[in-house]
Design a protein around this ligand. Structure first.
Ligand SMILES: Cc1cc2nc3c(=O)[nH]c(=O)nc-3n(C[C@H](O)[C@H](O)[C@H](O)COP(=O)(O)OP(=O)(O)OC[C@H]3O[C@@H](n4cnc5c(N)ncnc54)[C@H](O)[C@@H]3O)c2cc1C
Length: 590
């Protein structure tokens, strides 16, 4: 860090901030600050793992609010640079990263070993792989400081998953020891190149060809969006010569950056994209000029295999959106509690309180949703078929809705900070820029909504498995007034019926997003009242559930006032800095 000292900015927490201007969250512990997360972790992770892992959550929370946040700010201002050739004119392309980015890599891959933590023992001193709930919680804390690097971290993790599951033993022996290593200087990072100019959503339009020449596969083509462009091994789709058109003819390959003899493989990073956000991370275009690649798994099941990586990425994207939204809320709250205007601290103004509630609601929904989805993954990995179906639908639901919510939440938090929120010295502009990518990569909103309605609901019936679990949670939440629970139960069954109808009637395809949103909201509302009913959990989550019910799942008269009634009392409790008891909220649950 010494070399970077000249670029450091003074932090802005309350005691050190200049007069008048509100502080930001610099140097706060993002784990300690997150009451919702701390309440929910023992529920979703279990007491034993929670006790073992809490010191690591706490340490990462402190890093995220401190050193990582500072490094992320610097890396965002110093994006990677492509060097296409060396000084001898050889196409030995490489990418230069700022030292701040490299330091974040050391924390992520060396210290925490994010990429390997759910594949082997040893990360964070654990004698077994970490549960999914723990892994995604750590991602959630990390991303509150740095978003761009989470792409290489996650895609290395998911590449390892695919290689372990589908590659033949020889290929596994070649790649996995390198990819699972915790030695930052020598280990191999992974990535995924799918998109081409002809097709992003329309994967079947991929034009890259694989030719079997001299006993090896060689790839020829042009990949248009390649994040983590200089990864050591990329998983990609290509069409073996003569294979069927469309998605059926695609095979999955592993493309090493260097060959076994140490020479550079025959592909070039042609240029890097000049991006709106994720600026710390290199996304490029790649020209495949006969590059050697290894076939992964069944030559006829390329897309099916690749979809496992896509789904894991989608879950991580939902978690990243939840993380960025949490950072937005924390920034908005610290600002609202200290900035004064017209003689009052701004949090005391009714309009600003309404704004804060609008930010807080999707933040807390996404927290419940990602923990519930990660918990389903843990259960599915243990062989629970019902949990696997739940995960099937929860993954695109989280990706779709949380990534969409991230955009207005980031803008809302910027507005709470006023003009300073627009100035690049503060974190808000980066949060606004980074928020937008979530609705693009790993499937746009439309593609995810269609996956939810057409496939997860229409073909797999995954919504039924989800509904069974949610109904069980409603029964368990007996501490919540039964009238409210019954209301939610009825709403849930209407939402399920709507989703089934949209899935069954092709003429209703344009309603897929509306149906997917309704599923997300109903699920999150049930989760939040169940959580509020758990011993030791803050009961404000039940009020948030009612807000979801009233604002996201019910018709409202736009000309009828919402203020002056239960919502004002609910806002008082939701925005309070203290723990809220069930007794305080029961009267407000309608
Ligand atoms: C910064 C960045 C990094 C990326 N990194 C990678 C990477 O590492 N690897 C990778 O493989 N890809 C990557 N991508 C590509 C990304 O996944 C695609 O851009 C995305 O899948 C959309 O594909 P497209 O750009 O071809 O848009 P299109 O598919 O052309 O979509 C255009 C519009 O049409 C809509 N649309 C398409 N089909 C339908 C339909 N059936 N019904 C309704 N609407 C439809 C879409 O929703 C969208 O609004 C990256 C993209 C960006 C911006």
């Amino acid at each position: 860090m010494d070399a970077l000292a000249s670029q450091k900015q003074p932090v802005g927490t309350a005691d050190r901030g200049p007069a008048h201007l509100a502080p930001d969250c610099a140097e706060l512990n993002f784990y300690a600050l997150d009451r919702g997360l701390r309440d929910l972790l023992p529920i979703y992770l279990g007491d034993h793992d929670f006790q073992a892992l809490e010191p690591h959550f706490d340490r990462l929370g402190a890093l995220a609010g401190g050193q990582l946040d500072e490094l992320a700010r610097i890396a965002d201002k110093h994006p990677p640079v492509l060097n296409p050739r060396d000084r001898f004119g050889r196409d030995e392309d490489w990418i230069d990263y700022h030292a701040a980015y490299r330091e974040m890599e050391t924390i992520a891959f060396g210290d925490f070993q994010f990429h390997a933590m759910s594949h082997r023992a040893g990360a964070l001193g654990m004698d077994r792989p970490l549960p999914a709930v723990a892994k995604y919680t750590l991602q959630y804390l990390f991303v509150q400081a740095e978003f761009g690097l989470m792409c290489p971290i996650s895609v290395t993790d998911t590449s390892i998953h695919l290689i372990r599951k589908f590659a033949d033993p020889e290929l596994q022996d070649y790649l996995l020891p390198k990819m699972l290593s915790g030695d930052v200087a020598t280990f191999w990072k992974g990535t995924q190149f799918m998109t081409e100019r002809a097709g992003g959503s329309d994967v079947g339009a991929i034009e890259t060809v694989a030719r079997y020449e001299d006993g090896e596969w060689h790839l020829y083509g042009d990949k248009w969006f390649c994040s983590h462009a200089d990864a050591d091994v990329a998983l990609l789709l290509a069409r073996p010569e003569g294979a069927a058109p469309g998605t059926r003819g695609l095979a999955l390959f592993a493309l090493p950056r260097r060959l076994k003899n140490g020479r550079r493989n025959a592909y070039r990073i042609v240029r890097l994209k000049d991006k709106l956000g994720t600026r710390s991370m290199a996304s490029g275009e790649i020209l495949l000029e006969g590059a050697v690649a290894y076939l992964v798994g069944d030559v006829n099941a390329g897309l099916k295999q690749m979809m496992e990586q896509v789904n894991l990425s989608r879950l991580s994207h939902g978690v990243r959106a939840a993380a960025m939204m949490r950072r937005c809320l924390n920034e908005a709250m610290i600002c609202a509690r200290s900035r004064a205007a017209f003689g009052k601290t701004i949090i005391n103004y009714p309009l600003l309180r309404r704004q804060l509630l609008k930010i807080a609601l999707p933040v807390e929904q996404s927290l419940s949703m990602f923990l519930f989805a990660a918990h389903a993954m843990d259960r599915a990995n243990a062989g629970d078929a019902n949990a696997a179906l739940r995960l099937r639908i929860l993954t695109p639901l989280l990706k779709f809705r949380a990534c969409r919510d991230n955009i207005p939440v980031a803008t809302g938090a910027m507005e709470v900070r006023g003009g300073n929120g627009y100035i690049e010295e503060w974190v808000n502009p980066r949060l606004v820029r980074d928020a937008h990518i979530g609705v693009l990569w790993e499937g746009t909103s439309n593609i995810n909504a269609l996956d939810i309605i057409t496939r997860a609901v229409g073909k797999s019936g995954a919504h039924r498995a989800l509904a069974t679990t949610l109904e069980g949670l409603l029964d368990e939440a007996s501490a919540i007034p039964s009238g409210f629970r019954n209301h939610l139960r009825e709403k849930l069954s209407c939402v399920l019926a709507f989703a089934e109808r949209v899935a069954a009637e092709p003429a209703l395809e344009a309603d897929a997003r509306q149906a997917a949103s309704a599923l997300y909201h109903a699920t999150s509302a049930v989760l939040m009242i169940w959580e509020a009913s758990r011993p030791g959990c803050d009961a404000r989550r039940a009020l948030l559930a009612r807000l979801v019910l009233e604002h996201r799942l019910s018709a409202r008269d736009p000309l009828a006032p919402a203020g002056g009634g239960w919502e004002d009392a609910a806002a008082e409790l939701i925005l309070a800095e203290r723990r809220i008891s069930l007794a305080e909220v029961s009267g407000l649950l309608g």
